[in-house]
Design a protein around this ligand. Structure first.
Ligand code: AKG
Ligand code: FE2
Length: 332
Protein backbone atom coordinates (compact mmCIF):
# COMPACT_ATOMS: atom_id res chain seq x y z
CA UNK A 1 0.00 0.00 0.00
CA UNK A 2 1.52 3.33 -0.96
CA UNK A 3 1.55 5.92 1.79
CA UNK A 4 -1.60 8.02 2.13
CA UNK A 5 -2.59 10.78 4.53
CA UNK A 6 -5.78 12.82 4.60
CA UNK A 7 -5.49 16.21 2.96
CA UNK A 8 -7.11 18.89 5.04
CA UNK A 9 -7.68 22.61 4.71
CA UNK A 10 -7.83 22.90 8.52
CA UNK A 11 -4.67 24.98 8.78
CA UNK A 12 -5.74 28.61 8.58
CA UNK A 13 -4.59 30.78 5.70
CA UNK A 14 -3.90 34.35 6.71
CA UNK A 15 -3.72 37.21 4.22
CA UNK A 16 -0.92 39.43 5.53
CA UNK A 17 -1.09 42.18 2.88
CA UNK A 18 -2.13 44.74 5.57
CA UNK A 19 1.27 44.30 7.26
CA UNK A 20 2.76 46.28 4.41
CA UNK A 21 0.79 49.49 4.72
CA UNK A 22 -2.68 48.47 5.94
CA UNK A 23 -4.66 50.08 8.76
CA UNK A 24 -4.10 49.14 12.40
CA UNK A 25 -7.43 47.34 12.75
CA UNK A 26 -6.48 44.96 9.95
CA UNK A 27 -3.09 44.38 11.59
CA UNK A 28 -4.86 43.67 14.91
CA UNK A 29 -7.02 41.15 13.11
CA UNK A 30 -3.93 39.39 11.69
CA UNK A 31 -2.40 39.33 15.18
CA UNK A 32 -5.55 37.65 16.54
CA UNK A 33 -5.65 35.10 13.72
CA UNK A 34 -1.99 34.20 14.30
CA UNK A 35 -2.54 33.91 18.06
CA UNK A 36 -5.56 31.62 17.52
CA UNK A 37 -3.60 29.38 15.13
CA UNK A 38 -0.66 29.19 17.54
CA UNK A 39 -2.88 28.23 20.48
CA UNK A 40 -4.52 25.38 18.60
CA UNK A 41 -2.53 23.81 15.79
CA UNK A 42 0.79 25.72 15.85
CA UNK A 43 0.71 26.03 12.04
CA UNK A 44 -0.79 28.50 9.57
CA UNK A 45 -0.05 29.68 6.05
CA UNK A 46 0.48 33.25 4.88
CA UNK A 47 -0.38 34.72 1.49
CA UNK A 48 0.36 38.16 0.04
CA UNK A 49 3.65 38.07 1.93
CA UNK A 50 5.51 40.35 -0.45
CA UNK A 51 8.26 37.94 -1.57
CA UNK A 52 8.34 37.95 -5.38
CA UNK A 53 7.35 34.64 -7.03
CA UNK A 54 10.36 35.03 -9.36
CA UNK A 55 12.73 34.96 -6.36
CA UNK A 56 11.05 31.83 -4.97
CA UNK A 57 11.30 30.17 -8.40
CA UNK A 58 15.01 31.06 -8.67
CA UNK A 59 15.62 29.72 -5.17
CA UNK A 60 14.08 26.36 -6.11
CA UNK A 61 15.92 26.26 -9.46
CA UNK A 62 19.31 26.96 -7.84
CA UNK A 63 18.55 24.44 -5.10
CA UNK A 64 17.79 21.74 -7.72
CA UNK A 65 21.03 22.60 -9.58
CA UNK A 66 23.01 22.21 -6.37
CA UNK A 67 21.50 18.90 -5.27
CA UNK A 68 22.03 17.51 -8.80
CA UNK A 69 25.83 17.89 -8.40
CA UNK A 70 27.90 14.73 -7.70
CA UNK A 71 27.96 13.59 -4.07
CA UNK A 72 31.75 14.02 -3.81
CA UNK A 73 31.42 17.65 -4.85
CA UNK A 74 28.64 18.28 -2.32
CA UNK A 75 30.61 16.49 0.40
CA UNK A 76 33.52 18.90 -0.19
CA UNK A 77 31.38 21.44 1.70
CA UNK A 78 29.79 19.07 4.22
CA UNK A 79 28.62 20.73 7.41
CA UNK A 80 30.64 18.43 9.68
CA UNK A 81 33.75 20.21 8.32
CA UNK A 82 32.42 23.62 9.30
CA UNK A 83 32.77 24.62 12.96
CA UNK A 84 29.60 26.63 12.42
CA UNK A 85 27.56 23.82 10.86
CA UNK A 86 27.30 25.50 7.46
CA UNK A 87 27.05 23.65 4.18
CA UNK A 88 25.82 20.29 2.95
CA UNK A 89 24.54 17.22 4.79
CA UNK A 90 23.85 13.90 3.06
CA UNK A 91 20.94 11.46 3.33
CA UNK A 92 20.88 9.87 6.80
CA UNK A 93 22.78 12.64 8.62
CA UNK A 94 19.77 13.72 10.69
CA UNK A 95 18.28 10.96 12.76
CA UNK A 96 15.43 11.07 15.21
CA UNK A 97 16.12 8.55 18.01
CA UNK A 98 13.53 6.04 16.86
CA UNK A 99 14.47 6.08 13.16
CA UNK A 100 16.83 3.20 12.38
CA UNK A 101 17.93 4.37 8.93
CA UNK A 102 18.08 8.16 9.20
CA UNK A 103 16.04 10.72 7.28
CA UNK A 104 15.67 10.22 3.54
CA UNK A 105 16.69 13.78 2.78
CA UNK A 106 19.80 15.81 1.99
CA UNK A 107 20.22 19.47 2.79
CA UNK A 108 22.22 22.67 2.73
CA UNK A 109 22.40 25.16 5.60
CA UNK A 110 23.35 28.82 5.57
CA UNK A 111 22.88 31.57 8.14
CA UNK A 112 23.76 35.23 8.45
CA UNK A 113 27.33 35.57 7.18
CA UNK A 114 29.61 36.76 9.99
CA UNK A 115 33.24 37.82 9.49
CA UNK A 116 36.09 36.06 11.36
CA UNK A 117 36.67 39.13 13.57
CA UNK A 118 33.08 39.27 14.81
CA UNK A 119 33.22 39.10 18.67
CA UNK A 120 30.90 36.09 18.85
CA UNK A 121 32.85 34.25 16.15
CA UNK A 122 36.10 35.01 18.03
CA UNK A 123 34.48 33.74 21.23
CA UNK A 124 33.58 30.46 19.47
CA UNK A 125 29.79 30.81 19.79
CA UNK A 126 28.33 27.78 18.02
CA UNK A 127 26.63 28.54 14.71
CA UNK A 128 28.27 31.98 14.43
CA UNK A 129 30.62 32.32 11.49
CA UNK A 130 30.99 32.55 7.73
CA UNK A 131 28.91 30.58 5.25
CA UNK A 132 30.37 28.00 2.90
CA UNK A 133 29.33 27.84 -0.76
CA UNK A 134 29.41 25.15 -3.44
CA UNK A 135 32.19 25.64 -5.99
CA UNK A 136 31.26 26.80 -9.49
CA UNK A 137 27.67 27.90 -8.79
CA UNK A 138 27.80 31.71 -8.46
CA UNK A 139 24.03 32.07 -9.07
CA UNK A 140 23.40 29.83 -6.06
CA UNK A 141 25.21 32.10 -3.63
CA UNK A 142 23.64 35.26 -5.08
CA UNK A 143 20.11 33.86 -5.02
CA UNK A 144 20.31 32.28 -1.56
CA UNK A 145 21.82 35.45 -0.09
CA UNK A 146 18.94 37.51 -1.49
CA UNK A 147 16.29 34.98 -0.44
CA UNK A 148 17.77 34.78 3.07
CA UNK A 149 17.75 38.60 3.41
CA UNK A 150 14.13 38.88 2.29
CA UNK A 151 12.98 36.02 4.52
CA UNK A 152 14.74 37.61 7.49
CA UNK A 153 12.86 40.84 6.84
CA UNK A 154 9.52 39.04 6.47
CA UNK A 155 9.96 36.87 9.55
CA UNK A 156 10.90 39.91 11.67
CA UNK A 157 7.73 41.61 10.47
CA UNK A 158 5.76 38.51 11.47
CA UNK A 159 7.34 38.44 14.91
CA UNK A 160 6.16 42.02 15.48
CA UNK A 161 2.60 40.79 14.91
CA UNK A 162 3.25 37.81 17.17
CA UNK A 163 4.19 40.32 19.87
CA UNK A 164 0.94 42.19 19.34
CA UNK A 165 -1.03 38.92 19.59
CA UNK A 166 0.69 38.30 22.93
CA UNK A 167 -0.36 41.69 24.28
CA UNK A 168 3.14 43.15 23.97
CA UNK A 169 4.41 46.14 21.96
CA UNK A 170 5.35 45.41 18.33
CA UNK A 171 9.06 45.86 19.15
CA UNK A 172 9.00 43.33 22.02
CA UNK A 173 11.23 40.79 20.28
CA UNK A 174 13.65 43.36 18.78
CA UNK A 175 16.20 43.49 21.60
CA UNK A 176 16.35 39.67 21.65
CA UNK A 177 17.07 39.63 17.90
CA UNK A 178 19.85 42.16 17.35
CA UNK A 179 22.11 39.49 15.79
CA UNK A 180 19.61 36.68 15.36
CA UNK A 181 20.28 33.13 14.37
CA UNK A 182 18.58 33.20 10.98
CA UNK A 183 19.02 29.94 9.14
CA UNK A 184 18.01 28.99 5.62
CA UNK A 185 17.87 25.24 5.10
CA UNK A 186 17.40 23.85 1.58
CA UNK A 187 16.10 20.31 1.46
CA UNK A 188 15.82 17.62 -1.20
CA UNK A 189 13.71 14.51 -0.59
CA UNK A 190 14.23 11.65 -3.06
CA UNK A 191 11.01 9.76 -3.79
CA UNK A 192 10.20 7.04 -1.27
CA UNK A 193 8.59 3.96 -2.77
CA UNK A 194 6.54 1.22 -1.13
CA UNK A 195 5.34 1.09 2.46
CA UNK A 196 6.71 3.79 4.77
CA UNK A 197 7.42 2.98 8.40
CA UNK A 198 9.01 4.74 11.36
CA UNK A 199 12.33 3.12 10.32
CA UNK A 200 12.77 5.83 7.72
CA UNK A 201 10.81 8.85 6.57
CA UNK A 202 11.76 11.86 4.49
CA UNK A 203 11.90 13.73 7.76
CA UNK A 204 10.94 11.88 10.93
CA UNK A 205 8.31 13.32 13.22
CA UNK A 206 9.64 16.20 15.27
CA UNK A 207 8.87 19.60 16.65
CA UNK A 208 11.18 22.42 15.60
CA UNK A 209 13.43 23.55 18.41
CA UNK A 210 13.30 27.29 17.82
CA UNK A 211 11.00 30.27 17.50
CA UNK A 212 9.32 30.43 14.07
CA UNK A 213 9.87 28.72 10.72
CA UNK A 214 8.66 29.76 7.28
CA UNK A 215 8.55 26.96 4.75
CA UNK A 216 8.17 26.81 1.00
CA UNK A 217 7.54 23.42 -0.62
CA UNK A 218 7.45 22.65 -4.36
CA UNK A 219 5.12 19.68 -3.95
CA UNK A 220 3.14 18.26 -1.02
CA UNK A 221 4.78 16.01 1.55
CA UNK A 222 4.64 17.89 4.84
CA UNK A 223 2.23 16.32 7.33
CA UNK A 224 1.17 17.58 10.73
CA UNK A 225 -0.36 15.74 13.64
CA UNK A 226 -4.07 16.40 14.13
CA UNK A 227 -5.73 16.39 17.54
CA UNK A 228 -7.30 12.96 16.83
CA UNK A 229 -3.86 11.44 16.30
CA UNK A 230 -4.09 11.26 12.50
CA UNK A 231 -1.59 12.91 10.13
CA UNK A 232 -2.82 15.52 7.71
CA UNK A 233 -1.05 16.70 4.59
CA UNK A 234 -0.50 20.42 4.25
CA UNK A 235 -1.96 21.34 0.87
CA UNK A 236 0.44 22.82 -1.61
CA UNK A 237 -0.08 26.47 -2.48
CA UNK A 238 2.85 27.99 -4.40
CA UNK A 239 1.73 31.47 -3.31
CA UNK A 240 1.90 30.65 0.41
CA UNK A 241 4.52 30.13 3.08
CA UNK A 242 3.75 27.57 5.75
CA UNK A 243 4.53 29.08 9.15
CA UNK A 244 4.96 27.12 12.36
CA UNK A 245 6.31 27.68 15.82
CA UNK A 246 8.93 25.64 17.61
CA UNK A 247 9.67 24.53 21.17
CA UNK A 248 11.33 27.80 22.11
CA UNK A 249 8.22 29.84 21.28
CA UNK A 250 6.09 27.35 23.24
CA UNK A 251 8.44 27.78 26.20
CA UNK A 252 8.59 31.56 25.80
CA UNK A 253 4.77 31.70 25.91
CA UNK A 254 4.58 29.38 28.92
CA UNK A 255 2.91 26.78 26.66
CA UNK A 256 0.11 29.08 25.60
CA UNK A 257 1.32 28.34 22.05
CA UNK A 258 1.73 24.83 20.71
CA UNK A 259 4.78 23.47 18.88
CA UNK A 260 3.14 20.77 16.81
CA UNK A 261 4.65 17.51 15.64
CA UNK A 262 5.23 17.27 11.91
CA UNK A 263 7.04 15.03 9.44
CA UNK A 264 7.71 14.66 5.73
CA UNK A 265 6.88 11.64 3.61
CA UNK A 266 7.58 11.98 -0.09
CA UNK A 267 5.36 9.32 -1.62
CA UNK A 268 4.79 11.40 -4.75
CA UNK A 269 7.12 9.32 -6.93
CA UNK A 270 9.01 12.56 -7.74
CA UNK A 271 11.84 14.45 -6.12
CA UNK A 272 10.60 16.98 -3.59
CA UNK A 273 12.34 20.25 -2.70
CA UNK A 274 11.61 22.57 0.19
CA UNK A 275 13.24 25.56 1.85
CA UNK A 276 12.83 26.22 5.56
CA UNK A 277 13.77 29.57 7.07
CA UNK A 278 14.19 29.56 10.84
CA UNK A 279 14.32 32.80 12.84
CA UNK A 280 15.79 32.49 16.32
CA UNK A 281 17.13 34.93 18.91
CA UNK A 282 20.63 36.20 19.62
CA UNK A 283 23.07 33.70 21.10
CA UNK A 284 23.13 35.63 24.37
CA UNK A 285 19.38 36.37 24.58
CA UNK A 286 17.76 35.43 27.86
CA UNK A 287 14.47 33.65 27.28
CA UNK A 288 11.98 33.77 30.11
CA UNK A 289 8.20 33.23 30.13
CA UNK A 290 6.55 36.35 28.69
CA UNK A 291 4.72 38.11 31.52
CA UNK A 292 1.40 38.30 29.66
CA UNK A 293 1.45 34.48 29.51
CA UNK A 294 1.90 34.08 33.26
CA UNK A 295 -0.93 34.42 35.77
CA UNK A 296 -2.26 32.87 38.98
CA UNK A 297 -4.03 30.28 36.82
CA UNK A 298 -1.00 29.72 34.60
CA UNK A 299 2.13 30.08 36.77
CA UNK A 300 5.45 30.25 34.92
CA UNK A 301 6.64 26.71 34.15
CA UNK A 302 10.12 27.37 32.85
CA UNK A 303 13.31 28.78 34.29
CA UNK A 304 15.11 31.41 32.19
CA UNK A 305 17.64 30.07 29.67
CA UNK A 306 20.29 31.49 27.37
CA UNK A 307 19.26 30.76 23.80
CA UNK A 308 22.71 29.72 22.52
CA UNK A 309 23.15 27.11 25.25
CA UNK A 310 19.68 25.74 24.59
CA UNK A 311 20.33 25.56 20.81
CA UNK A 312 23.61 23.68 21.29
CA UNK A 313 21.91 21.00 23.38
CA UNK A 314 19.18 20.61 20.76
CA UNK A 315 21.70 20.28 17.92
CA UNK A 316 23.72 17.67 19.82
CA UNK A 317 20.57 15.57 20.10
CA UNK A 318 19.86 15.77 16.35
CA UNK A 319 23.15 15.49 14.43
CA UNK A 320 25.00 12.19 14.50
CA UNK A 321 28.43 13.73 14.05
CA UNK A 322 27.88 16.05 17.01
CA UNK A 323 26.89 13.04 19.13
CA UNK A 324 30.00 11.11 18.09
CA UNK A 325 32.56 13.90 18.37
CA UNK A 326 31.01 16.98 19.92
CA UNK A 327 34.37 18.52 20.83
CA UNK A 328 35.86 18.08 17.34
CA UNK A 329 32.71 19.40 15.69
CA UNK A 330 32.83 22.59 17.73
CA UNK A 331 36.54 23.29 17.63
CA UNK A 332 37.53 21.99 14.14
O1 AKG B 1 10.64 19.93 4.24
C1 AKG B 1 9.64 20.18 4.90
O2 AKG B 1 8.53 20.30 4.38
C2 AKG B 1 9.69 20.37 6.40
C3 AKG B 1 11.06 20.36 6.98
C4 AKG B 1 11.07 20.51 8.45
O3 AKG B 1 10.11 20.28 9.13
C5 AKG B 1 12.28 20.99 9.13
O4 AKG B 1 13.34 21.12 8.46
O5 AKG B 1 12.24 21.25 10.34
FE1 FE2 C 1 10.37 20.99 11.15
Amino acid sequence: MPHQAASSPSIPTIDIAPLFGGNQRDVDHIAESIADACKTVGFFTVVNHGIAPALIDSMFQESKNFFARPLTEKMSISNDKSPHMRGYFPVGAETPEYEAKGDLKEGFDMCSDLPPDDPDVLAGATLHGPNVWPPGLPGFKRTMTEYHAQMLHLSRRLLAVFARGLGKPDDFFDDKLTKPLAQLRLLHYPPQHGPVSREQMGCGEHTDYGTIALLSQDIEGLEILAKDGSWITVQQNPAAFIVNIGDLMARWTNDRYVANLHRVINASGRDRYSAAFFLDPDYHAKIECIDTCVSADAPGKYAPIIFGEYAEAKLDATFQFRQAEPAAAVSA
